[in-house]
Each structure stands twice: as structure tokens, then as C-alpha cells.
Design a protein. Sequence first.
Length: 341
Amino acid sequence: MDKENYIKTIKGKFSFEEIHEFLEKSRDLKILMIGDTILDEYFFVQPKGRAIKDPILSVEFHSSEVYPGGILAIANHISSYVKEATLVTLLGDNHKDFVEKSLAKNIKTKYFIKKGCQTTVKRRYIDSYKNNKLFKVEFMDDKPLGEEPTSQIIKYLGGELLKYDMVLVADFGHGFINNEIRSIIQLKSKYIALNVQTNSANMGYNYVNNYKRADFVVMSQEEIRLAVAMAYDEIEHVVRRFYNMLKFREFIVTIGRSGCVYCNKGKLIKAPALSDHIVDTVGAGDAVLTVTSLMSYLGADEALIPFIANCTGAIKIGIMGNKESVSKVKLLNFIRELYEK
């Protein structure tokens, strides 16, 4: 179904007021967020050409910005949908002040420190004219946590998880969530919303298969294909194979310009993308996970969840990095504009 007919179908099923009222239902939910902290540095440069003496690209520095990424971005996304939420994450010896300042005021925090290490930083060099990414440098220590910090984290989670309606897990594979921590999350959580990211730093080691239990999952097309080792099959076949393997009741697969596929108890719904204006795709999956997990927990109609997923994704890809969050106001304004066209 093309975009115009899809929007017409959604408008016929849900009024704008109904969607607005439904989003308001999340206000009193108690949310615990667990995941890796990432600081996204964006260095904006002007390419000048090949260096004379070396076979490398020469660039002129223009400016730089730092955005709160990883679980910090998720915390900021969720901040406008709930009265308050709690963030559990791992930091290095540095950057705590920046992390504190970058979070919304209604986010409570519980930090654990990986001594002798720095907080993960991903520095991207961007062509300041076209916004093309040139290359990335990563500063991280993703070696396994020791026994002592693992015990501290497990003790804390063991006493906290049952206090929350939903536990939102963003596992970026950067040295925080190990097997023991995964186990306590799966054992004690009432409801788990999950993303397990596969990226250049953890390729081959951080698949969603590491989890045996989740109530709602968001994955990219690449992440689900790697999980089931199906590189070229039609995405619908991949989704069905994944469902039959892991039996996760409900999940979304984001497929870029093609929108997303939503699976609910084996039933597939494919929804088209709602924007082709791309500034930056970094963090789009995190935003989709944040908003749609709330919808799923509250029991939203199966047609509404993929629509909200694509609205959220459309907003996020129009933002550079995690400079801004996908707030409830932004989401409702976007939906209103779609409905008025």
C-alpha cells in the first residue's frame, strides 16, 4: 500500500483525538531504563581533498557538538510521555557532569562506574555542507565487567525490577549488560521492551538471540537477518522464521525507506515509511523502541503500533544525531499534519 492510501486507511480507523487520548495514558507508568551510555560527538568539517604527501582525506574543522546517545537518548525521548522514569547505566571515570546536564529533569538516575575506563564516545566527522558522514572514531572499553561491579548491579536490580511496570532494555554491546545481568532482568521484570543493537564494535557478538524472554522488541532489518542467518530472503520470510525460532510475542522490524514490519503473535502488518527527508538515521531505532513500547504495553490496536513507529522514525531521521528528542508534542504535531493533508 502506498503512503497516501495508508494514511487514508489509518484516518478511517483512528481519529486524531483518539490517538492523542491514547498517548496520554502512559503518564503514570513506572519505567526503568537499562542500557549503555554513549556520547555522540559530531565534528563538522569541510573536505579539502587528498593530502599531498599521504593518501588520506584532508579536512578543515568548522565546529563540533556533543549529543547524549544510547540509553541517554532513550531517557530523553521517554521524558515527555511519563511523569518520571529511572535510568540505570554504566559510566567510566569521566563525563558524569555532561550526562547529568543532558538528561531531562524528570529522569532519575542510578550510575555504576567502570573504574579505570572512560565513558563510551563515538566521534563522527561530518561534511558540513552535505551532512555526509566521512568516518567515525570510537573511544570505549568494552571488556567484560568484573565480578564486583556485576554483583553490585545484580543486587540493585534484584531489589528494583519488580517495582516497575515496564523495563526498557537498550543493549548496545559495549561492556555493560553481561549474561548475569541479562538473567536477572529476564527473571525479575514484569514486562521487557528490548533492543539489542548490532554495530561495528560488536559484530557477531551481540544478537537478540542472547535473550530468551522479551515482551516487545524493536530491531533493524540487518539485526533480524543476522539473528536468523538469512541475508537475502524476503523480509516477511525472515520475520516468520524469527518468530518461529524465538517466539517473542510482539516485535517491530524497521526497514528504512520501506517503513516497518510489525509482528503480533505471528500476524504480520507491513506499513510504509512516512518521510523520505533524511538528515541522520543515528538513534532512529531507539526512538521507535521508546514510543512503540509504551503503545504495546498499553494494549494499542495492532494497526496503530506500526503507524506510530513510522511517525516516530520519520521525525527522528529529520534530526541531526540526538540533538533533540521525539517528544509527545512533536509526535502529535506530525500526526496532525498527516491528517490535515
